[in-house]
Write a protein that binds this ligand. Structure first.
Ligand SMILES: O=C(O)CCC(=O)C(=O)O
Ligand SMILES: [Fe+2]
Length: 369
């Protein structure tokens, strides 16, 4: 059955509900501002997801995701230790937090504040930017997979392409309220991502610049997500469980909980640390590293606090596809370690991305040998 459709047993027309919500352009924030006390049905998750939202199912915090200190990254006694820590975290968790990453606290705060300010403008101001054209340089919307997913989730987002040149938003087209901050954040997040990519290269015996040379940080998107208060946080999610499609993701969040990572059978909370950034391995990194690094499922619980949860997500992806194929790097493949994934092209990647909801099978599963 299609994800969006009519439920023949109850006469509930899900497609109509989605269209009404989408065409209002008010987003989830608009629903809350209108004073609703229960969530519209399009947001109610299917039973198999609801079962994982029960407190006993989602609070296994015996272990926390690794925290890695990047101070002294360039000094000899420290670097090999940091490489080992990153390698282990990227293999076992696919997720880690970094501290002392070099971005000043004031920049972190200003970036979060600018995203918050964008979303807290009057609905009519934001409606001008509302769009479903995902390749547009800049847009605002709620739930990028709303017409493809089983259920909508409790967040709105602002999306700005920052690279490559032919794809990125023109600076003057970025709303002024977040213009300077998104441009500056892109520079900062790219630097941290490239530092981490060097460490990841070293961890598996590649030249430190290998990933950068392959243009793995050459396509970038800045996404400012707003998770307003949700009156029924046990019936929906803030963001559906998914893996990130690109190469690597750098995440900045305000100090509200919600992000969870799948570790074995458990959902583990990522506890926000002041000043830290969260980094996660995405699908193409898993494929290119031939499974040395893992792209792991994560999700965001619906926000039960009155204050909004804000996250700033920088997605990094392949910048120069030209006509080439990508796949497990030859350096990482041997008789003992045969390739675990098929090679892919840009068309394979985008076709997969646009043909499914966040919640369905990842690109990795499709390419598995
Ligand atoms: O908001 C978050 O903390 C996570 C966002 C995320 O996973 C994503 O946008 O892919
Ligand atoms: Fe994600």
């Amino acid at each position: 059955m299609a994800a969006a459709g009519t439920d023949s047993t109850s006469g509930y027309d899900r497609t109509k509900g989605i269209k009404e919500f989408d065409q209002s352009k008010y987003g989830v924030k608009g629903l809350i501002d209108s004073g609703i006390e229960s969530i519209p049905r399009i947001f109610v998750q299917p039973p198999e997801t609801l079962a994982t939202l029960k407190p006993c199912q989602s609070q296994t915090n015996a272990t926390d995701i690794p925290v890695i200190d990047l101070q002294n990254i360039n000094s000899e006694p420290h670097r090999p230790k940091i490489v080992e820590q990153i390698k282990k975290a990227a293999n076992e968790w696919g997720f880690f937090q970094v501290i002392n990453h070099g971005i000043p606290g004031t920049v972190l705060e200003e970036t979060i504040q600018a995203v918050k300010s964008f979303h807290e403008q009057p609905a009519e101001t934001k409606a001008k930017y509302y769009s479903r054209e995902e390749m547009k340089g800049m847009l605002y919307a709620s739930n990028n997979d709303i017409y493809r997913s089983k259920a909508a989730t409790w967040h709105d987002y602002l999306q700005v392409w920052t690279a490559p040149e032919e794809q990125r938003a023109k600076v003057e087209d970025i709303p002024e309220i977040v213009r300077k901050e998104s441009v500056e954040w892109d520079v900062c997040a790219k630097k941290v991502a490239e530092d981490v990519m060097e460490l990841l290269c070293e961890g598996i015996g590649l030249e430190p610049s290998k990933f950068k040379d392959l243009s793995l940080s050459g396509s970038r998107m800045f996404v400012g997500v707003y998770y307003p208060y949700c009156p029924q946080p046990d019936l929906t999610l803030g963001l559906t469980s998914h893996t990130d499609p690109g190469v690597i993701t750098v995440l900045l969040q305000n100090q509200l909980p919600g992000l969870q990572v799948k570790h074995g059978e458990d959902w583990v909370d990522v506890k926000p640390l002041p000043g830290a950034l969260t980094i996660n391995i995405a699908d193409l990194m898993q494929i290119i590293s031939n499974g040395e690094y893992n792209s792991v499922q994560h999700r965001v619980r619906a926000n039960s606090c009155k204050e909004p949860r804000i996250s700033v997500v920088e997605f990094l992806n392949i910048g120069k596809w030209q006509d080439c194929e990508y796949g497990p790097l030859p350096e990482l493949v041997s008789a003992e370690k045969p390739p675990r994934y098929r090679r892919f092209t840009k068309d394979d990647f985008f076709h997969n991305f646009f043909s499914k909801g966040l919640d369905t099978k990842s690109f990795i599963d499709k390419l598995k040998l």
